[in-house]
Design a protein around this ligand. Sequence first.
Ligand code: OGA
Ligand code: MN
Length: 280
Amino acid sequence: MEIVKVHPALGAEIRGVDLTRPVDEATQKAISKAFDDNIVLVFRSQNLDEKTQLAAARMFGEVAVRVRPAGRDPGGDYDTPFMMVTNIIRPDGKPLGSFGDGEMWFHHDTSYYPEPHRATLLYSMKLPTWGGNTCFSNMYMAYDNIPRKLRDRLEGQKVLQIHDYLRRERLDLGKVDMTKVRHQEQPVFITHPRTGKKALYISRLMSARIVGWSKEESEDALAQLFDISEDPSIVYEHEWGLGDLVIWDNWCSIHARKDFPRDQERLMRRLTIVGQAMSF
Ligand code: OGA
Ligand code: MN
Protein backbone atom coordinates (compact mmCIF):
# COMPACT_ATOMS: atom_id res chain seq x y z
CA MET A 1 0.00 0.00 0.00
CA GLU A 2 1.16 3.48 -0.87
CA ILE A 3 -0.12 6.83 0.47
CA VAL A 4 0.30 9.65 -2.05
CA LYS A 5 -0.69 13.17 -1.07
CA VAL A 6 -2.82 14.89 -3.68
CA HIS A 7 -2.70 18.46 -2.30
CA PRO A 8 -0.54 20.32 0.23
CA ALA A 9 -3.57 21.08 2.45
CA LEU A 10 -5.47 17.78 2.48
CA GLY A 11 -6.23 14.61 0.57
CA ALA A 12 -4.27 11.45 -0.17
CA GLU A 13 -4.60 8.68 -2.68
CA ILE A 14 -4.36 5.14 -1.36
CA ARG A 15 -2.68 2.98 -3.97
CA GLY A 16 -2.20 -0.75 -4.08
CA VAL A 17 -5.41 -1.65 -2.22
CA ASP A 18 -8.17 -3.60 -3.97
CA LEU A 19 -11.35 -3.01 -1.98
CA THR A 20 -13.13 -5.96 -3.60
CA ARG A 21 -10.92 -8.21 -1.45
CA PRO A 22 -10.70 -8.41 2.33
CA VAL A 23 -8.23 -5.84 3.68
CA ASP A 24 -5.88 -7.25 6.34
CA GLU A 25 -5.72 -5.71 9.79
CA ALA A 26 -2.36 -4.00 9.42
CA THR A 27 -3.48 -2.35 6.18
CA GLN A 28 -6.76 -1.26 7.79
CA LYS A 29 -4.79 0.37 10.60
CA ALA A 30 -2.58 2.19 8.12
CA ILE A 31 -5.65 3.37 6.18
CA SER A 32 -7.31 4.57 9.37
CA LYS A 33 -4.23 6.57 10.32
CA ALA A 34 -3.95 7.98 6.81
CA PHE A 35 -7.57 9.09 7.13
CA ASP A 36 -6.94 10.95 10.40
CA ASP A 37 -3.82 12.52 8.88
CA ASN A 38 -5.20 13.48 5.47
CA ILE A 39 -8.96 14.17 5.99
CA VAL A 40 -9.85 12.91 2.49
CA LEU A 41 -8.83 9.54 1.03
CA VAL A 42 -9.15 8.59 -2.63
CA PHE A 43 -9.23 4.99 -3.86
CA ARG A 44 -9.04 5.17 -7.66
CA SER A 45 -10.69 2.79 -10.15
CA GLN A 46 -12.32 0.39 -7.72
CA ASN A 47 -14.96 -2.03 -8.91
CA LEU A 48 -17.42 -1.97 -6.03
CA ASP A 49 -20.86 -3.43 -5.64
CA GLU A 50 -23.01 -2.66 -2.60
CA LYS A 51 -21.46 -5.46 -0.58
CA THR A 52 -17.87 -4.41 -1.11
CA GLN A 53 -18.67 -0.71 -0.62
CA LEU A 54 -20.29 -1.62 2.71
CA ALA A 55 -17.20 -3.60 3.70
CA ALA A 56 -14.99 -0.65 2.81
CA ALA A 57 -17.19 1.69 4.87
CA ARG A 58 -17.05 -0.59 7.91
CA MET A 59 -13.29 -0.04 8.16
CA PHE A 60 -14.20 3.45 9.40
CA GLY A 61 -16.99 2.63 11.83
CA GLU A 62 -20.67 1.84 11.99
CA VAL A 63 -22.65 2.55 8.82
CA ALA A 64 -25.48 5.05 9.42
CA VAL A 65 -29.12 4.37 8.53
CA ARG A 66 -31.04 6.82 6.37
CA VAL A 67 -33.77 8.97 7.83
CA ARG A 68 -36.67 9.99 5.62
CA PRO A 69 -37.27 13.72 5.97
CA ALA A 70 -40.68 14.67 7.31
CA GLY A 71 -43.10 15.95 4.68
CA ARG A 72 -40.68 15.69 1.79
CA ASP A 73 -39.84 13.16 -0.83
CA PRO A 74 -36.34 13.83 -2.10
CA GLY A 75 -36.56 10.52 -3.96
CA GLY A 76 -34.65 7.33 -3.66
CA ASP A 77 -34.88 4.29 -1.47
CA TYR A 78 -34.87 4.40 2.32
CA ASP A 79 -34.75 0.65 2.92
CA THR A 80 -30.98 0.49 2.48
CA PRO A 81 -28.15 2.57 4.00
CA PHE A 82 -27.22 3.65 0.46
CA MET A 83 -28.22 6.96 -0.99
CA MET A 84 -27.89 7.68 -4.67
CA VAL A 85 -26.48 11.15 -5.33
CA THR A 86 -27.77 11.83 -8.79
CA ASN A 87 -29.69 14.00 -11.21
CA ILE A 88 -31.21 10.92 -12.90
CA ILE A 89 -35.02 10.82 -13.08
CA ARG A 90 -36.77 7.45 -13.04
CA PRO A 91 -39.21 6.44 -15.80
CA ASP A 92 -42.10 7.24 -13.40
CA GLY A 93 -40.86 10.84 -13.21
CA LYS A 94 -39.55 10.59 -9.63
CA PRO A 95 -35.90 11.31 -8.81
CA LEU A 96 -33.73 8.21 -8.53
CA GLY A 97 -31.82 9.87 -5.69
CA SER A 98 -30.91 13.16 -4.04
CA PHE A 99 -29.07 16.45 -4.63
CA GLY A 100 -30.16 16.86 -8.27
CA ASP A 101 -27.90 18.66 -10.66
CA GLY A 102 -25.58 21.62 -10.80
CA GLU A 103 -23.50 23.34 -8.19
CA MET A 104 -23.77 22.65 -4.47
CA TRP A 105 -22.26 25.12 -1.96
CA PHE A 106 -19.74 24.19 0.69
CA HIS A 107 -21.20 22.31 3.66
CA HIS A 108 -20.61 19.65 6.31
CA ASP A 109 -22.92 16.65 5.99
CA THR A 110 -25.43 16.40 8.88
CA SER A 111 -24.07 19.38 10.85
CA TYR A 112 -27.78 19.93 11.62
CA TYR A 113 -27.95 16.60 13.53
CA PRO A 114 -27.24 16.35 17.28
CA GLU A 115 -24.63 13.73 16.33
CA PRO A 116 -23.12 14.65 12.96
CA HIS A 117 -21.84 11.74 10.87
CA ARG A 118 -18.15 11.11 11.10
CA ALA A 119 -17.56 10.48 7.43
CA THR A 120 -19.16 10.11 4.02
CA LEU A 121 -18.12 7.67 1.28
CA LEU A 122 -19.01 8.50 -2.30
CA TYR A 123 -18.48 6.00 -5.14
CA SER A 124 -18.74 7.20 -8.73
CA MET A 125 -20.82 5.13 -11.17
CA LYS A 126 -21.71 7.54 -13.97
CA LEU A 127 -20.00 10.84 -14.80
CA PRO A 128 -20.71 13.79 -17.07
CA THR A 129 -18.16 14.67 -19.75
CA TRP A 130 -17.13 17.77 -17.80
CA GLY A 131 -17.69 19.39 -14.40
CA GLY A 132 -19.15 17.89 -11.25
CA ASN A 133 -15.81 17.98 -9.42
CA THR A 134 -16.05 17.83 -5.63
CA CYS A 135 -13.99 20.32 -3.62
CA PHE A 136 -12.79 19.65 -0.07
CA SER A 137 -11.51 22.27 2.34
CA ASN A 138 -9.36 21.74 5.47
CA MET A 139 -11.16 23.22 8.50
CA TYR A 140 -8.16 22.83 10.83
CA MET A 141 -6.31 25.23 8.56
CA ALA A 142 -9.34 27.49 8.28
CA TYR A 143 -9.38 27.72 12.09
CA ASP A 144 -5.69 28.65 12.11
CA ASN A 145 -6.28 31.29 9.43
CA ILE A 146 -8.93 33.28 11.33
CA PRO A 147 -7.60 36.68 12.43
CA ARG A 148 -6.82 36.62 16.16
CA LYS A 149 -9.39 39.24 17.14
CA LEU A 150 -12.28 37.52 15.38
CA ARG A 151 -11.22 34.14 16.73
CA ASP A 152 -11.21 35.43 20.30
CA ARG A 153 -14.73 36.83 19.85
CA LEU A 154 -15.97 33.52 18.48
CA GLU A 155 -14.36 31.30 21.10
CA GLY A 156 -17.08 29.45 23.04
CA GLN A 157 -19.86 30.67 20.71
CA LYS A 158 -22.43 28.52 18.95
CA VAL A 159 -23.75 28.55 15.42
CA LEU A 160 -27.20 27.55 14.19
CA GLN A 161 -26.88 24.90 11.46
CA ILE A 162 -29.92 24.35 9.25
CA HIS A 163 -30.75 21.95 6.43
CA ASP A 164 -33.45 23.28 4.12
CA TYR A 165 -32.60 21.23 1.00
CA LEU A 166 -31.13 24.30 -0.63
CA ARG A 167 -28.07 23.75 -2.77
CA ARG A 168 -26.79 27.17 -3.72
CA GLU A 169 -28.65 29.75 -1.71
CA ARG A 170 -28.33 31.10 1.82
CA LEU A 171 -31.34 30.47 3.91
CA ASP A 172 -33.34 33.49 5.07
CA LEU A 173 -34.01 33.03 8.79
CA GLY A 174 -36.84 35.56 8.56
CA LYS A 175 -38.71 33.30 6.14
CA VAL A 176 -37.95 29.79 7.35
CA ASP A 177 -40.43 27.77 9.41
CA MET A 178 -38.13 26.18 11.98
CA THR A 179 -40.61 23.39 12.69
CA LYS A 180 -40.16 22.20 9.10
CA VAL A 181 -36.36 22.09 8.82
CA ARG A 182 -33.74 20.07 10.63
CA HIS A 183 -31.55 22.34 12.71
CA GLN A 184 -29.03 22.16 15.51
CA GLU A 185 -26.85 24.56 17.47
CA GLN A 186 -23.19 23.58 17.27
CA PRO A 187 -19.88 24.99 18.52
CA VAL A 188 -18.36 27.45 16.02
CA PHE A 189 -15.04 25.75 16.78
CA ILE A 190 -15.11 22.05 17.51
CA THR A 191 -12.44 19.82 18.98
CA HIS A 192 -12.08 16.86 16.65
CA PRO A 193 -13.01 13.77 18.68
CA ARG A 194 -10.18 11.67 17.23
CA THR A 195 -7.30 14.05 16.64
CA GLY A 196 -7.99 16.52 19.47
CA LYS A 197 -7.34 19.40 17.07
CA LYS A 198 -9.58 22.47 16.76
CA ALA A 199 -11.54 22.96 13.55
CA LEU A 200 -13.85 25.65 12.23
CA TYR A 201 -17.40 24.26 12.05
CA ILE A 202 -19.34 26.61 9.79
CA SER A 203 -20.35 26.49 6.12
CA ARG A 204 -21.92 28.84 3.61
CA LEU A 205 -24.79 26.45 2.85
CA MET A 206 -25.92 25.55 6.35
CA SER A 207 -24.68 28.07 8.92
CA ALA A 208 -27.49 30.57 9.48
CA ARG A 209 -26.57 32.62 12.57
CA ILE A 210 -24.08 32.94 15.40
CA VAL A 211 -26.37 32.21 18.34
CA GLY A 212 -27.24 35.29 20.38
CA TRP A 213 -25.54 37.77 18.02
CA SER A 214 -27.44 40.47 16.15
CA LYS A 215 -28.14 39.76 12.50
CA GLU A 216 -25.60 42.40 11.38
CA GLU A 217 -22.82 41.17 13.68
CA SER A 218 -23.48 37.57 12.75
CA GLU A 219 -23.63 38.22 8.99
CA ASP A 220 -20.40 40.20 9.16
CA ALA A 221 -18.55 37.44 11.03
CA LEU A 222 -20.01 34.64 8.90
CA ALA A 223 -19.09 36.42 5.65
CA GLN A 224 -15.47 36.52 6.82
CA LEU A 225 -15.57 32.89 7.96
CA PHE A 226 -17.08 31.69 4.67
CA ASP A 227 -14.27 33.35 2.74
CA ILE A 228 -11.62 31.92 5.06
CA SER A 229 -13.18 28.45 4.87
CA GLU A 230 -13.21 28.51 1.07
CA ASP A 231 -9.75 29.95 0.52
CA PRO A 232 -8.40 28.14 -2.57
CA SER A 233 -5.06 27.48 -0.83
CA ILE A 234 -6.77 25.03 1.58
CA VAL A 235 -9.04 23.36 -1.01
CA TYR A 236 -8.43 20.09 -2.86
CA GLU A 237 -10.58 19.72 -5.97
CA HIS A 238 -11.27 16.10 -6.86
CA GLU A 239 -11.73 15.34 -10.53
CA TRP A 240 -13.69 12.11 -10.57
CA GLY A 241 -12.76 9.04 -12.54
CA LEU A 242 -15.19 6.17 -12.90
CA GLY A 243 -14.97 3.80 -9.96
CA ASP A 244 -13.37 6.29 -7.59
CA LEU A 245 -14.25 5.80 -3.95
CA VAL A 246 -13.68 8.97 -1.93
CA ILE A 247 -14.12 9.19 1.82
CA TRP A 248 -14.05 12.49 3.70
CA ASP A 249 -13.84 13.38 7.37
CA ASN A 250 -16.98 15.33 7.95
CA TRP A 251 -15.91 16.97 11.22
CA CYS A 252 -12.79 18.77 9.97
CA SER A 253 -13.67 19.41 6.33
CA ILE A 254 -16.38 20.97 4.22
CA HIS A 255 -17.13 20.03 0.63
CA ALA A 256 -18.83 21.52 -2.41
CA ARG A 257 -19.82 20.32 -5.86
CA LYS A 258 -19.07 22.23 -9.04
CA ASP A 259 -21.55 22.69 -11.84
CA PHE A 260 -22.00 20.08 -14.59
CA PRO A 261 -24.18 19.85 -17.70
CA ARG A 262 -27.89 19.46 -16.87
CA ASP A 263 -28.47 17.11 -19.79
CA GLN A 264 -25.84 14.59 -18.71
CA GLU A 265 -26.23 11.90 -16.07
CA ARG A 266 -24.12 11.77 -12.90
CA LEU A 267 -24.56 8.90 -10.47
CA MET A 268 -22.79 8.30 -7.15
CA ARG A 269 -23.50 5.69 -4.49
CA ARG A 270 -23.14 7.05 -0.98
CA LEU A 271 -22.78 5.79 2.58
CA THR A 272 -22.16 7.63 5.83
CA ILE A 273 -20.51 6.62 9.09
CA VAL A 274 -22.19 7.16 12.47
CA GLY A 275 -20.79 10.07 14.45
CA GLN A 276 -21.15 11.71 17.84
CA ALA A 277 -22.01 15.04 19.41
CA MET A 278 -19.59 17.87 18.71
CA SER A 279 -17.91 19.65 21.62
CA PHE A 280 -15.95 22.90 21.99
C1 OGA B 1 -22.69 14.47 -0.56
C2 OGA B 1 -22.25 15.57 -1.43
C3 OGA B 1 -21.15 16.12 -3.49
C4 OGA B 1 -21.02 15.59 -4.86
O1 OGA B 1 -22.85 13.35 -1.05
O2 OGA B 1 -22.88 14.73 0.65
O3 OGA B 1 -22.20 16.69 -1.00
O4 OGA B 1 -20.06 15.99 -5.53
N1 OGA B 1 -21.88 15.23 -2.67
O5 OGA B 1 -21.86 14.81 -5.29
MN1 MN C 1 -22.54 16.70 1.21
